[in-house]
Design a protein around this ligand. Structure first.
Ligand SMILES: *Cc1c(COP(=O)(O)O)cnc(C)c1O
Length: 350
């Protein structure tokens, strides 16, 4: 068996991109004040304000689970609830951290096949009960792009935020792959965040070329009150903050944040284009960002595993392939070739 040269099970299999690495090296040339009181952290926060064109408050956490959980906890009292979709990371992949850090705010889950929330689904959950016995709806969280790779348009986000405002709900965006959505939509980041009514964004760095790190961006700056204490209490205040902050400067100043995401999206489109429509193979979701989900016969997926390919099958039994800044065209083409060989072999009459 030849071992696949590169795996696409997750976009966090990738290493650190050169721009992030160089920025960390540059931050490593001298000592600097600790706990975020340094120039790198200041410059990184300013870079976010420049990118978004607004006076947002920015914080840096080690990972997305913490970023999401602490952001949601900042928006909620313990008796509040958070509306999310059934396949959202906060519901399925954070081990109860949003409930834990909010001291019990309940997640209200809307069934969603593709991971998207709609104004209708939000309204239905938010108005299902208004009595004292039910946790009071306070926040809506949407994932951009969704866990299934679907991208909300600016119009869809505006419609959701209009519903939120009408119902007195705050809007949080889990942007673990926010850059990939920007690359798909080719629009200014402001257009799909604060200008569309998003109050808080968790902007992912890890899946887009950084070693570690997510930024929590408060567009409604009043919501950021005491957030630094919340980070510290949760073990998320980096003492050598400059190494979480500097990579953002490297990514933004070089444009790599968008280039990396564009590359990853193109790689997903390349695989999808090569295998969609092969016998017994079909896409489980439209490919709108850096993920490809395929439905195929068990034998085909087993065949891919036997050839050494790794992939997740936790969403509806379909196989997921995800691409990052480092995906190589030859590796994608080899995967596509293997899918094709298996599909064609299985299609032949015995
Ligand atoms: C990866 C991911 C996160 C963050 O996960 P961590 O492992 O905690 O960094 C958050 N939301 C979504 C949708 C993700 O895919």
């Amino acid at each position: 068996m030849t071992i696949p040269p590169q795996q696409f099970a997750s976009d966090n299999y990738a290493g650190i991109c050169p721009e992030a690495w160089d920025a960390m090296a540059a931050a490593n040339t001298a000592s600097a004040p600790a706990y975020g009181d340094d120039d790198w952290t200041q410059r990184a926060a300013d870079a976010f304000r420049t990118l978004f064109g607004t006076q947002c408050e920015v914080f840096f956490a080690f990972n997305g689970t913490a970023a999401n959980s602490l952001a949601l906890a900042a928006l909620c009292q313990s008796y509040h609830s958070v509306i999310c979709s059934s396949s959202s990371h906060v519901e399925t992949d954070e081990c109860g951290a949003p409930e834990f850090f909010s001291n019990g705010s309940k997640l209200l889950v809307a069934r969603s096949d593709d991971g998207k929330l709609t104004p209708e689904a939000i309204r239905e959950l938010a108005t299902s009960r208004s009595d004292i016995h039910f946790p009071k709806p306070r926040v809506v969280t949407i994932t951009q792009p969704t866990e299934t790779g679907q991208v909300y348009t600016a119009e869809e986000i505006r419609a959701i935020s209009a519903t939120c405002r009408e119902l007195g709900l705050k809007l949080h965006m889990d942007g673990a792959r926010f850059a990939h959505a920007c690359a798909t939509l080719q629009c200014p980041p402001a257009e799909i965040t604060w200008r569309a009514g998003v109050d808080v964004l968790c902007f992912g760095g890890t899946k887009n070329g950084m070693a570690a790190g997510e930024a929590i961006v408060f567009f409604d700056t009043e919501l950021a009150t005491d957030f630094d204490y919340r980070c510290k209490q949760a073990g998320q205040l980096a003492s050598k903050m400059r190494f979480l902050a500097a990579p953002w400067i490297g990514l933004f100043e070089s444009g790599a944040w968008l280039r990396n995401a564009e590359h990853a999206n193109l790689c997903a489109a390349r695989l999808a284009g090569a295998i969609d429509g092969l016998p017994g193979v079909r896409l489980a979701f439209p490919v709108q960002s850096n993920a490809v989900f395929i439905h195929a016969r068990d034998e085909l997926l087993e065949g891919l595993s036997a050839r050494g390919w790794r992939f997740y099958t936790f969403i509806g039994g379909s196989a997921r392939f995800m691409f990052a800044w480092d995906a190589r065209i030859e590796s994608i083409d080899l995967l596509a070739q293997h899918v094709e060989e298996l599909a064609v072999t299985m299609d032949e009459p015995a």
